[in-house]
Design a protein around this ligand. Sequence first.
Ligand code: ASP
Length: 590
Amino acid sequence: MRTHYCGTITSAQIDEEVTLYGWVDRRRDHGGVIFLDMRDREGIVQVVFDPDTEEHFQRADRVRSEYVLEIKGRVRARSDATINPNMLTGEIEILGKKLEILNSAATPPFQLDQHIEVGEDVRLKYRYIDLRRPEMLEKLKLRSRVTSSIRRFMDENGFLDIETPILTKATPEGARDYLVPSRTHEGKFFALPQSPQLFKQLLMVSGMDRYYQIAKCFRDEDLRADRQPEFTQIDIETSFMNDQQIMAITERMIQGLFKEVLDVDLGDFPHMPYAEAMSRFGSDKPDLRIPLELVDVDDLMRQVDFKVFNGPANDAKGRVAALKVTGGAQISRKQIDGYTKFVSIYGAKGLAWIKINDITAGIEGLQSPILKFMPEDIITQMMARLAVTDGDIVFFGADKTSIVNEALGALRVKVGEDQGLIKGDWAPLWVVDFPMFEENSEGNLTSLHHPFTAPACSPEALEKNPEQALSIAYDMVLNGTELGGGSVRIHQADMQQAVFRVLGISDEEAQEKFGFLLDALKYGAPPHGGLAFGLDRLVMLMTGAKSIRDVIAFPKTQSAACVMTDAPGLADNKQLRELNIRLREKPKAE
Ligand code: ASP
């Protein structure tokens, strides 16, 4: 039996006989004495074999990196000269007495400390080796502490951990479904859940009162950067609680988690209406660590003789906004060109700017290609509104409101990062009062959250004026990332049907897709609501990982594949026949 993990042995164990299991991190031959750095889950310890223990010394001489060993030995203090203060075990070493080789290892495809050079594809192909790196281990350990803290909180607060089906019907969360063909029901398909949304609502109808689940969700999206087709949610639902109460209890959970795992006090989370977040930050997940804001200048731009500005300023669906960067006048032309390219990703056709060199010199003290289009009094009013001082730069966005918000919202974050303006480590908030619907590119209304979100108005008012309707929904945002979101749900069938009608879902279609929910709402559904947190994203923020893939043991690549197992794979003909599936075209061999 193991007596200690390698990385946990300190001076407290001096003179103890220990048994260790682990991998050879490094082997060094120092003129007749062999040093092995033994590694396991908890860290590294140095083991020394000298020729006295002949048989075991011979074996120590044979081992190579990543061999798996059992070692017995005695803990002793290192000589002063060899103490390594950078290692937890740096004051001691093990004088090895016995060594068993439990398994040899082929030369690893990369040295554990050379993972950066080998690239992510190789790391993912040999993920089991990549995960041996202490840095990766630490992330997965922290993830485990996060889930155990959450489970404890949930348990203490009376939440029941209940599993919901993976083979199910579509649960709309705005992505494509992953489909699974049914063998026993010819021509029919299961959908993997985009979330447990409908089941958790049904659990409230059953009277479970408080539910949670650490649940896998599946969304077949065109992979935007850092999304995973399968990911994990901390999924929560409650009965008889209003939005404020749901936010309060989940805020306590996240505060407690940060305190316990990172010893960080997040403080109370401010609440900000969606409209304010969009207007001030161009985003419904503002990073409040960045002290830059968008300022509307539509009213000033209506009259200017410059179509780029007066067009959107006079359009009800347009916006002209300014972003002042204090001290930004030193941003070079080249950097501005870079930013212009950056905002074009979001559909912006250009990026106008004004540098303030000497505010006392009036228009002469400003520098910009667009000044010639603007009357002086408009410029003066604008500068006063923006409260500029010497050395500032102001960027402008003028386009459809959605493009201006996205472009300037993203620019705000980029410039904030580039200019080192980020203040503080953590800035949480709740974004509330979302609109019920948004217009998609075809001009149809779609749910901003999902169609089961309760509006803050009556069914009549909703159908009369759906664009104006607000929902009782809330998102928790941390450092510009949406950590989680949820809502109070519709618990009455007539309201649910009204929402379906606004979404253009006919009664027949609603019955076919969600008949079971509409039925359930008739049989005594309590008022209920909840939310879900993205566990992967939460752990990514808490560990400071650069990518969501670094906090998932076996993630998919950007193209939604697993390079280690080679999934997805081809199905053989027998399987396809059993499933009654004929492929339209033979997939080309890879
Ligand atoms: N089901 C929602 C989602 O996956 C969260 C919720 O409303 O509870 O985003």
